[in-house]
Design a protein around this ligand. Structure first.
Ligand SMILES: *[C@@H]1O[C@H](CO)[C@@H](O)[C@H](O)[C@H]1NC(C)=O
Ligand SMILES: *[C@@H]1O[C@H](CO)[C@@H](O)[C@H](O)[C@H]1NC(C)=O
Ligand SMILES: *[C@@H]1O[C@H](CO)[C@@H](O)[C@H](O)[C@H]1NC(C)=O
Length: 522
């Protein structure tokens, strides 16, 4: 046991060092299975066991050659996203004189307590109250706590008003956001505050219409969203804020009905199940863990031990040990076992991309969110042209959707960013809308407002997409072939609009959401 602990510490230290050096190349990890009614109501158990999580994904293999073994343990540290590393943030970067018109962000909630527990073991002992004396703290934490105490002044969609605005259990509840999770999002918000400081995105006296925040009804997403917002706009005026509720983890508002989406998901889950049961090393590992604990293998697998082990890893708590017992040999769960399960998840990720069913699911799952995103951008762009908002009170210039891995993962897939790492805790996807300076060039064909030739042409609008601070615009399906070294160094908004409204559906052989969702199987 002592030996296991030393080995663990060694891995912790080694892992952190590796992260510091390879910050771009780390492959993050994923993992969270799907618990109907917990993280994702879309996922259903398959054949008696919970579906194993989607696996993690690879950051663009910039520094890593294909021949290198993925290293499941250091990836797991990337997944933890411990908030004491310095982070890249390429948000807010543009050619000189471009104007930032709007920013839309989707986040995954921060670090949370496990959704599962491993039978016969002690649950990890983590305190979910907030304290500046705890290991990962933040200068804004005290202000955040007292600001949340005044949350009654805000407007809340009805199911949200009864959700606690702070984690506050001395022994964390299932799925509860930890202080680490709060700090991760205070940092995210603060990073964007810095990134946009000089772009005047929101005036100091922003109007209620200009800020949109939406969340699922889980406390961890609500609290994550508020921490992010507080980092971005410390001491924001509660009376101007309305917090919206999304009942579906897909953030699909009024357009959630799509029978074909569920069909693709079922097929994808069957693929995942087949791959898992064909993996002998994985089966042996589960059997070995079950023997240690004295459990039927099925029961251990159903308890999804990786979720709990990850929490141990992220919090520096040694893996659980049990004494010998009725049927159990006793001993500790090991890092080797952890690595086998993680490795299988990495393999699953590769297989998932190869087969392509998940992409089809993802396009249908994320269309409603992307359609809303596209429409908001279009409205803001139009308002910038005419100089007046289409709606009284101004357009939304900042939107935040506080979501789950089962939201962010399909979003990445639908954008063609499947090779990126699986969404770690507090992952962020940022859509920026930019406008180039007016130009006095002679009008080009297709350009608007060119009356009289001499008149300055209104600037054009562009989109940037960032994932965890990295600019991934030119890896998206809609801008992969754009020549950014040509006359337009950014990706035209039009590429995104036609992708979302039509081209995206080509992977399901359709040209619209309606058609793709309701077509009879043929
Ligand atoms: C971050 O914190 C972990 C423990 O939570 C520690 O092992 C690691 O060395 C720290 N990393 C840095 C860069 O401070
Ligand atoms: C947390 O809970 C304790 C005990 O229930 C309570 O006294 C305290 O005011 C709560 N703190 C916050 C910030 O809600
Ligand atoms: C897409 O957005 C447009 C414009 O906001 C809206 O009219 C349309 O109903 C949306 N379509 C779906 C299926 O959500």
């Amino acid at each position: 046991m002592m030996q296991a602990r030393n080995r663990f510490l060694l891995l912790v230290v080694g892992g952190a060092a590796a992260l510091a050096i390879l910050s771009l190349s780390i492959q993050f990890f994923n993992l969270m299975p799907s618990v109907p009614g917990l993280d994702d109501r879309q996922y259903q158990p398959v054949e008696g066991g919970p579906v194993m999580g989607k696996s993690r994904k690879r950051v663009f293999p910039v520094l890593r050659s294909h021949t290198e073994e993925p290293e499941p343990v250091s990836e797991a540290y990337g997944y933890c996203n411990m908030p004491n590393r310095s982070e890249q943030a390429w948000e807010g970067h543009s050619p000189a004189d471009y104007r930032l018109l709007s920013v839309q962000v989707m986040i995954r909630h921060g670090d949370r307590y496990p959704l599962y527990s491993i039978p016969k073991t002690k649950r990890p002992n983590i305190d979910c109250t907030l304290s500046v004396n705890r290991q990962h703290s933040h200068p804004l934490l005290t202000g955040f706590i007292s600001h949340m105490g005044r949350g009654g002044r805000g407007h809340w969609d009805s199911p949200l008003s009864s959700v606690p605005r702070l984690p506050n259990h001395s022994s964390c509840e299932i799925g509860e956001l930890t202080q680490t999770g709060v700090v991760q999002h205070l940092r995210n918000g603060q990073l964007l505050r810095e990134a946009y400081r000089h772009h005047n995105l929101l005036p100091p006296d922003w109007a209620p219409r200009q800020v949109w925040i939406e969340t699922t009804g889980k406390s961890r997403t609500l609290q994550s969203g508020l921490a992010f917002l507080y980092g971005l706009l410390p001491d924001f005026d509660w009376t101007k804020l309305t917090v919206r509720h999304q009942w579906s983890t897909l953030f699909c508002s009024g357009a959630c009905d799509c029978p074909a989406r569920n069909k693709y998901l079922d097929e994808e889950q069957r693929r995942q199940y087949r791959l898992r049961v064909a993996n002998n090393e994985l089966e042996r590992t589960y059997a070995e863990m079950a023997r240690t604990l004295g459990l039927p293998t099925r029961q251990l697998r159903a308890a999804n031990p990786i979720d709990s082990l990850l929490c141990h890893l992220c919090h520096g708590i040694p893996f659980p040990c049990v004494p010998p017992s009725d049927g159990g040999t006793g001993g500790c769960l090991t890092m080797t076992q952890f690595a086998v399960i993680r490795k299988q998840q990495l393999d699953d990720e590769v297989d998932r991309r190869r087969v392509g069913l998940y992409r089809k699911y993802a396009v249908l799952a994320m269309y409603p969110y992307l359609n809303r995103t596209a429409s908001k951008m279009e409205r803001v762009a139009r308002a910038s042209e005419t100089g007046r908002p289409a709606r009284p009170g101004g357009e939304e210039v900042f939107s935040l959707s506080s979501a789950h891995d089962v939201t962010v993962a399909p979003l990445l897939s639908a954008l063609g960013l499947e090779r990126l790492s699986f969404p770690r805790f507090a992952a962020r996807v940022v859509f920026e809308l930019w406008k180039s300076p007016p130009s006095a060039q002679p009008k080009r064909k297709g350009s608007k407002g060119g009356k009289g030739g001499e008149k300055a042409r209104d600037g054009e609008v562009f989109i940037r997409v960032l994932y965890n601070g990295e600019d991934v615009t030119f890896h998206t399906t809609f801008c992969r072939s754009h020549n950014r070294h040509g006359s337009q160094p950014l990706c035209p908004l039009g590429n995104f609009l036609s992708y979302v409204r039509r081209d995206m559906f080509s992977v399901v052989d359709a040209t619209s959401y309606q058609e793709a969702c309701y077509r009879r199987p043929g």
